[in-house]
Unconditional design. Structure first.
Length: 266
């Protein structure tokens, strides 16, 4: 949850591409000095699978160094390295980036729903919308997995804004839910499923920045609809907080530089 000016500035740096992180989207891995050398060596030459998540989960796994760990994670992305899949995220107990090899995961608990997954690959499909090869998991992406695959970037940024003033208000979450439902009318799922997912999403500046960069690659109409939703979320409680105004103004600057014109009236 974002609660101070430093976090806001960090998020704006991420949005404008001024802040480096562990990996660059769709390019080879570049080392991050915050990561253990063993991790850096393991994932040299990786390519990103998908990014812009911000899902909280408890993961029991064997680390790259061979130690068993039981940690809460903020999942930011899934990447491939040769024939392996890895979850990249923030280990909440040590507040540091860590990489978890999916084949070494014994159990994942979705913190939002409490559901336990003994098959980590099923968690990837059902909760992150990441397709897993048939020889590993001979199941199709389920309906809610399709929703997450389509909307997780927009959800991450919108839920980041929900928490921007330090209070995750229900009215703002309901505005996010409305936007998602409007763009997934072809999918069958329950409001409870979507609400549980939104509660599980807890974006930090890094994950929100990753997600926004993905959104900027989409078509103009999608971006236009997203900005309308962003304004709706900010105004859901009837007012715009100062931090929300600063954040939105920066987003507008970035988009206007790409040829978009907005009249916010905030």
């Amino acid at each position: 949850m974002v609660t101070n000016t430093k976090d806001v500035v960090k998020a704006l740096q991420m949005l404008s591409g001024q802040n480096d992180y562990s990996y660059r989207p769709d390019t080879s891995f570049s080392a991050n000095p915050q990561m253990p050398q063993m991790v850096q060596d393991t994932i040299k030459g990786t390519r990103e699978k998908d990014s812009g998540y911000a899902l909280l989960a408890n993961i029991i796994y064997r680390s790259i160094s061979g130690n068993e760990k039981d940690r809460d994670f903020l999942i930011r992305r899934v990447i491939h390295s040769k024939n392996d899949m890895f979850i990249d995220g923030m280990a909440m107990d040590i507040r540091a980036p860590r990489l978890v090899k999916v084949s070494e995961i014994k159990q994942i608990r979705d913190i939002g729903t409490g559901r336990i997954y003994d098959n980590a690959y099923k968690f990837l499909q059902d909760r992150l919308g990441v397709h897993v090869k048939n020889e590993i998991l001979p199941e199709k992406l389920n309906t809610f997995g399709e929703l997450v695959k389509r909307m997780h970037n927009e959800i991450a940024v919108l839920m980041y804004v929900v928490a921007l003033d330090g209070i995750r208000e229900k009215s703002e979450r309901m505005a996010v839910m409305k936007y998602v439902k409007e763009h997934t009318k072809d999918l069958q799922y329950t409001d409870e499923e979507l609400n549980d997912y939104l509660i599980s999403v807890a974006p930090d500046a890094e994950s929100a920045g990753m997600a926004f960069q993905r959104i900027l690659r989409k078509d103009r109409q999608t971006i236009q609809d997203f900005i309308s939703a962003l304004i709706s979320v900010i105004m859901a409680n009837g007012k715009a907080d100062d931090k929300e105004r600063v954040f939105l103004a920066k987003v507008m600057d970035l988009l206007e530089a790409k040829g978009f014109v907005f009249n916010l009236g905030l």
